[in-house]
Design a protein around this ligand. Structure first.
Ligand code: HEC
Length: 100
């Protein structure tokens, strides 16, 4: 690549990056996809597994921390919650609480 092409390429990348950010799912959205397998599309369950969508953030965060530390026992959620840091749990709780 010539210097001119390199400059053009860099300018192009700068112009494209906001578009890429809008399209590429965020970290928390990718994590939430694993939850949605059981909790339903966008956290809205059609079955017996509870919905997560729109529940209060403090409730979601606390219950996930309870599962993580085995203060509350479920069938599967203790194993799921142990896979996330406290910061990730906070972000996931915020994500579901914010869904309308
Ligand atoms: C394999 C299925 C499965 C996956 C994957 C899963 N859950 Fe669950 N979740 C459950 C079940 C079943 C319950 C009921 C408690 C139990 O039996 O563990 C539950 C309960 C919960 C509750 C309590 C809801 C309430 O109001 O009582 C929260 C919050 C929750 N899950 C969040 C999550 C999050 C966040 C993820 C992704 C990181 C996730 N779950 C992934 C099956 C799953």
């Amino acid at each position: 690549m010539s210097i001119g092409q390199q400059i053009l390429f860099s300018v192009g990348l700068c112009l494209l990056s906001p578009l890429l950010l809008a399209v590429v799912p965020t970290h928390v959205e990718i994590q939430a996809n694993t939850c949605n397998v059981c909790h339903g599309e966008a956290g809205e369950s059609a079955g017996t597994v509870p919905s997560l969508k729109g529940k209060p953030v403090a409730y979601l965060e606390q219950i996930l921390l309870n599962y993580k530390t085995d203060k509350q026992l479920g069938t599967i959620m203790n194993r799921v919650a142990k896979g996330f840091t406290d910061e990730e749990i906070k972000a996931i709780a915020n994500y579901y609480a914010g869904l309308k």
